[in-house]
Design a protein around this ligand. Structure first.
Ligand SMILES: Cc1cc2nc3c(=O)[nH]c(=O)nc-3n(C[C@H](O)[C@H](O)[C@H](O)COP(=O)(O)O)c2cc1C
Ligand code: SF4
Length: 485
């Protein structure tokens, strides 16, 4: 992962832990309404893909175990990982693109209800993404996949040469010299792997995205509702389709790109269709970016506009993330696909302990506060959820007391200790396993390996009932908390 050049090392700063009474009196542990629903507290565990599903996208026993551990901590809201809305092979990503997924999701709902004793409301993050291919072997790419165009012929001064001769010439050239011969997209396909963009409107299925996505999101939301999931979070963040529509980099010229009004059009149309299908009484919100953190990407002024539009359209909550884009991803190894959390924008999404003067804790709080203010200034009370680097009570509570957000989430801290909220609420904060922000978990995610935390995944491995990861080396879930020491 990209690291800030300053390379300042930060130790966790959880601050003082509250007594049980203080926690009970806090805003963080006070209820809040999300549209028609009441959360028991303003605590939240946002979506985290743990790679526990299978090639068919089922809710497996490992998926159930993953959510059971978070539910035991009784957060007010728990979001099921990014779940694919299309019925297409998606690797071990959870799916909701067909009715056959409903029974598994029902079981997941029951698991969370049971483990949280009914305290946690369960949401599901619905995602669409475009195709990305692995970085090819250069010789293979130049031999088989590159389309030899007139521009390439002209650049090589080989207008009349047979195609095979052109391919041989390209293969013999040092990589740097190809800059003057191939165009930007051809070079990207060669060096990073081919990646579709929302602006590829010459490709029929990309042109048709505004026609197909509203129904795909709506069908997914209807299945979530049928499965008994408490609400839906539309994934409009990071490197995926809807975030790319929202991004300033979206240059579509069919009324769905260019101006910010056009860029927000499809996300609003998808939401409208979802609302039509699930009705007014079912909570629907979205997750989107405060800032893209890539050249020419969206900034807080754009996101403030989107937030007010989402609120005006009747979304029930707005969950904020930042960065995590493909544009600045690191070059993958040959045979691997680019990963959107490897560049600076990825760092901003999941800042690690090696950081700059600002540090890794709370980089999205001020941008989130500006967006919340824009929503309030537009006359809406829609709850805003902020996440990023929070690992102690004082920080979470301060964000709420200062009116910078309405709900505060913890992702990696919840992975480090799924019992975080339970312990803090019980006045046992000193027993929390505090996240060190090493991003070991993120490294596993990047390799699509089952995600675990380095603070617990080798602990008590031989205890009875401990399930191991596919590599047999790690436990799949955190040791459960036995209660106050
Ligand atoms: C392993 C892992 C998987 C993640 N998967 C998702 C995801 O599916 N959807 C999403 O919106 N964010 C995802 N995130 C980002 C987190 O929800 C969160 O925004 C980010 O980790 C910053 O919060 P934190 O500092 O509390 O960890 C993931 C993070 C991690 C560490
Ligand atoms: S591996 Fe554990 S300690 Fe390290 S960043 Fe991930 S959750 Fe935190």
């Amino acid at each position: 992962m990209w690291k800030p050049p300053e390379r300042i090392k930060y130790a966790p700063e959880p601050g003082a832990w509250p007594t049980r009474e203080r926690a009970e009196r806090s805003l963080w542990f006070s209820p809040i309404r999300i549209g028609p629903l009441t959360l028991t507290s303003r605590t939240w565990v946002p979506a985290m893909v743990p790679w526990r599903s299978n090639e068919e996208g089922w809710v497996t026993d490992d998926v159930l175990d993953w959510y059971e551990q978070f539910a035991r901590g009784k957060p007010g809201g728990l979001v099921i990982e990014a779940t694919g809305i299309r019925d297409i092979p998606s690797g071990p990503l959870l799916r909701i693109g067909h009715d056959r997924y409903i029974p598994g999701l029902k079981e997941l709902v029951q698991t969370v209800r049971r483990a949280s004793e009914g305290q946690t409301r369960l949401f599901i993050q619905c995602i669409d993404f475009l195709a990305i291919r692995r970085r090819p072997d250069p010789a293979k790419f130049l031999d088989r996949f590159l389309v030899v165009t007139d521009d390439i012929r002209a650049a090589l001064d080989m207008e009349a040469a047979p195609e095979a001769a052109i391919r041989e010439t390209l293969k013999a050239m040092p990589d740097a010299e190809l800059d003057g011969v191939l165009d930007t997209r051809q070079l990207e396909s060669l060096r990073m792997g081919f990646r579709e963009r929302v602006g590829d409107t010459h490709v029929p299925h990309i042109l048709d995205l505004p026609k197909v996505l509203p129904d795909l999101f709506a069908d997914a939301a209807q299945r979530a509702q049928e499965a008994g999931i408490d609400g839906v979070e539309l994934h409009y963040a990071h490197a995926y389709t809807m975030a790319s529509f929202l991004s300033r980099t979206n240059d579509r010229d069919d009324g769905y790109g260019g101006s910010r009004e056009n860029r927000v059009r499809l996300p609003l149309e998808a939401f409208a269709r979802v609302r039509e299908v699930v009705g007014a009484d079912y909570p629907v919100g979205c997750r989107f970016l405060t800032e893209d953190i890539v050249d020419g990407g969206s900034e807080v002024s754009d996101s403030s506009f989107y937030a007010a539009e989402f609120a005006r359209a009747g979304m029930d909550f707005l969950s904020l993330s930042r960065g995590g884009r493909f544009e600045d991803a690191k070059q993958p190894n040959v045979g691997e696909a680019a990963y959107p959390y490897t560049g600076q924008s990825g760092y901003e999404c999941m800042p690690a302990y090696i950081s700059d003067e600002f540090g890794p804790f709370g980089r999205n709080i001020e941008p989130g506060a500006a967006i919340r203010k824009a929503v309030r200034d537009a006359g809406f009370e829609t709850p805003v959820i902020v996440t990023g680097g929070v690992h102690g009570f004082e920080k979470g509570e301060r964000i709420l007391q200062e009116g910078k957000a309405d709900i505060v989430g913890i992702a990696r801290q919840a992975l480090a200790d799924p019992d975080f909220f339970l312990k803090v609420r019980a006045g046992c904060g000193s027993e929390v396993r505090v996240c060190e922000y090493t991003n070991y978990c993120e490294g596993l995610d990047q390799k699509h390996k089952q995600v675990t935390c380095k603070l617990w995944d080798r602990k008590e491995l031989d205890e009875p009932g401990v399930k191991r990861t596919l590599d047999g080396k790690r436990r799949t879930t955190a040791p459960a908390w036995a209660g106050p020491a």
